[in-house]
Design a protein around this ligand. Structure first.
Ligand code: ATP
Length: 366
């Protein structure tokens, strides 16, 4: 097994599209790392450079201690799984799994042993005689994974491998894949644009935008302590609410004036904000799940809003609120007493769970 190190990776297509713009990160031996970001942010290109399918314009890629920039894909000791399964349609599941080993001239009995081992692990033993078209999407996906697994590579590279599955199978497979990865301890780099998948599976997440890594940390850190507005807004569903505010000083008290509400800051936080902000403009962020709603005013109440829509989600409600120009979302237990649509509700949020960003740089102040 081996870790992966990417240093200063840059890839430009057609002399003008900067797909990857100075990306550096390290994946420890046995770690499961996610490259997460919106479409076009450079995740796939980064992965393809590591695989050897693209040639970087700048930067180094190490697998273990080996600089692999000049090695062809087949000599990098990696296995790849892509969004499309690319199984050989005329071959049985058995032959599909055996193919990478036959190519490498493994002895016949060794091939048989490994194919059966992997089939057992992925629970596809009963499907070995079928052709790909006789399999469901989820079964095909497992065969594709099996083909990557069968030869115990140093590194797995996966590009949205679950994206073709229905929601239920996807959630099932992501747990299965995570378990498998931990059991086998294969260093894994996994590309997705699905933040829930990233949170559920990754040991660490690299959040990317416009060819750069904006934050690289454990899921709970990226979620609770986002580095900037982009990361804060990308993780979480429904996403974090953002409200523009101005820093004002009144009777030696620092207040964030957001129009729809005013937030007096405790002394420590006031100092942080004054020192950290590049102007008097900031953005306040608060997550839907850290908001409280109540018909009567409570000590937590910060402002009043109109109930706009209520979306029942089973054990909880997602409540859309209209406050001034803002449409905000709150998550509240389904037992919460709410006024009818159009009625007024008091909104509160936990002060230690709010985020304050600099409006100009979009960086986190608190
Ligand atoms: P997606 O989730 O949509 O696959 P991504 O984050 O993986 O997106 P990339 O596929 O790495 O993004 O693409 C990054 C940028 O590089 C995009 O602007 C894309 O259009 C461009 N790009 C990717 N491959 C090529 C190519 N072969 N030729 C020209 N431009 C390319």
């Amino acid at each position: 097994m081996a870790g992966v190190r990417v240093v200063g990776l840059r890839k430009v297509f057609d002399k003008k599209t900067v797909a990857v713009d100075g990306v550096s990160f390290e994946v420890k031996d046995g770690e499961f790392v996610i490259l997460l970001g919106p479409s076009g942010c450079g995740k796939t290109t980064t992965l393809r450079c590591i695989a050897g399918l693209e040639t970087p314009d700048e930067g180094e890629i190490y697998i273990g201690d080996r600089l692999v920039n000049d090695l062809p894909p087949k000599d990098r000791d990696i296995a790849m799984v892509f969004q499309s399964y690319a199984l050989y349609p005329h071959m049985t599941v058995y032959d599909n799994l055996a193919f990478p080993l036959k190519m490498r001239k493994y002895p016949k009995d060794e091939i048989d042993k490994r194919v059966k081992e992997v089939a057992r692990l992925l629970r596809i033993e009963d499907l070995l005689d079928r052709k790909p078209r006789q399999l469901s999407g989820g079964q095909q996906q497992r065969v594709a994974l099996g083909r990557a697994l069968v030869r115990n590579p140093q590194v797995w590279l996966m590009d949205e491998p679950l994206s073709n599955l229905d929601a239920k199978l996807r959630v099932y497979m992501r747990a299965e894949l995570k378990k498998l990865q931990k059991d086998l301890g294969i260093t894994t780099i996994y590309v997705t644009h699905d933040q829930a998948e990233a949170m559920a599976m990754g040991d660490r997440i690299a959040v990317m935008d416009k060819g750069k890594i904006l934050q690289y940390d454990e899921p709970h850190v990226v979620y609770e302590k986002p580095a900037n507005i982009f990361v804060a807004g990308f993780l979480g569903s429904p996403p974090m609410n953002f409200v523009d505010a101005t820093i004002v000083e009144r009777d030696s008290q620092i207040i964030l004036d957001a129009g729809v509400f005013e937030l007096p800051l405790p002394r420590d936080l006031a100092r942080l904000v004054k020192e950290g902000a590049t102007s008097d403009k900031v953005v306040i962020g608060f997550r839907p799940e850290y908001m409280t709603l109540s018909i009567e005013r409570t000590p937590d109440s910060v402002f009043q809003a109109d109930v706009y829509v209520v979306e029942p989600m089973g054990s909880s409600y997602v409540v859309d609120l209209k406050a001034g120009e803002y449409l905000l979302k709150a998550i509240t237990p389904a037992t919460t007493r709410l006024p009818p649509i159009g009625g007024k509700v008091w909104v509160g949020f936990l002060m230690d769970k709010i985020h304050i960003f600099d409006a100009k740089t979009e960086r986190t102040i608190f």
